[in-house]
Design a protein around this ligand. Structure first.
Ligand code: TXA
Ligand code: MG
Length: 339
């Protein structure tokens, strides 16, 4: 069904121009952004959005985020801009923030996953911005992984998942943030966080004191519950390895591994953690910001190493740590052991 010869080109004036032309002509392209790599297509073209869903193997009720380069362009895509969205844009855009607003007729339902709303993001990454400008259209882009696998933070990750499925990937080096954007919606006088990211709940209190973290961020949603964001329903970011989060002090983590782990289980710990265990160890960063950058690469490495089970030290649950915790929880299918 897919028979592209997938090219990977370093970001340059020429490759950016080519990416823009392909997107304008209805193709989809792997593009770098500051959060994770995206699969970009013309957001106004229903056929392009269908291609994105096919390439990812993604359920078509999970909406795509629409990327633009300046907040002023939002008026062409939505029917109403909440005052809080304007304030957020002043402080956080361009940057790793997606704002959900009521869509207008220009956004096809194929792009919005059948919803009457659309998520708008204004990326800060230079190459992402240049590609959107070269395309001359708003760019719909989900993360460029196969549905269910960890998001790509390097061009090689995109290639491994998308080889043969898309014509072009632009290599813009490692994503600076490493986890996907913070997704928010607006309520009467408040902001609801549907997916945590680099812009934290604490950061958003600069706009309003009324910041709610949706229940789905750290709790498992059962199939019958109505969710605020379709992405919450799907098992995400899953490596093949069985990941289990161990929530407690380093000392108790060490004790748990010594007493409960099999010899071929792996330890996934913070840089600088000193543990005395016979198991193999992989490090995923010294602090939350660093862990956000590394998490998805480390999850992919576990698979490359053929790891069957990994016990991960629990990240912080505040600031950027909340985003790391949210992604790791999904990778772990919500398996957490308190020690
Ligand atoms: O950082 C990012 O946001 C990356 C880069 C490429 O920009 N994109 C990304 O897209 O992560 P995706 O499709 O992998 O994740 C988008 C999430 C999904 O969980 C989706 O359900 C939610 O945002 N979402 C998008 N539009 C929505 C809407 N209108 N209402 C509720 N949730 C929405
Ligand atoms: Mg995704």
């Amino acid at each position: 069904m897919f028979n592209y010869h997938t090219k990977v080109l370093k970001a340059s004036k020429e490759s950016v121009k080519l990416a823009g032309e392909l997107i304008r002509n209805g193709e989809i392209v792997g593009i770098p952004t500051e959060t994770v790599y995206g699969l970009g297509g013309n957001a106004l073209d229903p056929a392009s959005s269908k291609k994105i869903y096919e390439a990812k193997g993604r359920p078509s009720d999970n909406p795509l985020i629409v990327h633009i380069t300046d907040f002023s362009q939002v008026d062409e895509l939505v029917s109403e801009v909440p005052d809080l969205a304007k304030k957020c844009a002043e402080i956080f855009c361009p940057g790793p923030l997606t704002m959900i607003m009521p869509k207008n007729d220009k956004i096809p339902y194929e792009t919005s996953g059948g919803l009457d709303t659309v998520g708008i993001r204004i990326p800060s990454d230079k190459t992402a911005r240049a590609i959107i400008q070269a395309a001359g259209v708003p760019v719909a882009a989900p993360s460029a992984n196969l549905s269910g696998s960890p998001s790509p933070t390097e061009a090689i990750h995109v290639y491994n998942d998308m080889n043969g499925r898309i014509p072009l990937i632009i290599d813009g080096e490692h994503s600076a943030v490493g986890v996907e954007s913070t997704v928010i919606s607006f309520e009467k006088n408040g902001i609801r966080i549907l997916r945590p990211g680099f812009i934290s709940p604490e950061d958003l209190t600069e706009v309003t004191q009324n910041v709610i973290v949706d229940d789905g961020v750290i709790h498992m949603i059962d199939n019958n519950t109505k969710v605020s964001s379709p992405g919450m329903k799907y098992r995400h970011y899953s490596p093949k390895a069985d990941v289990i989060i161990i929530d407690g002090s380093l000392e108790n983590y060490n004790k748990f591994i010594c007493e409960k782990a099999d010899v071929d289980d792996w330890c996934m710990v913070f840089d600088g953690d000193v543990i005395s265990v016979p198991n193999k160890v992989i490090y995923y960063g010294k602090n939350s910001t660093d862990q956000a950058v590394n998490l998805f690469s480390v999850l992919r490495q576990l698979d490359e190493l053929g790891v069957k089970r990994a016990y991960a030290r629990c990240p912080e649950k505040t600031g950027v740590g909340l985003a790391v915790y949210n992604r790791l929880l999904r990778a772990a299918a919500f398996q957490v052991i308190k020690v």
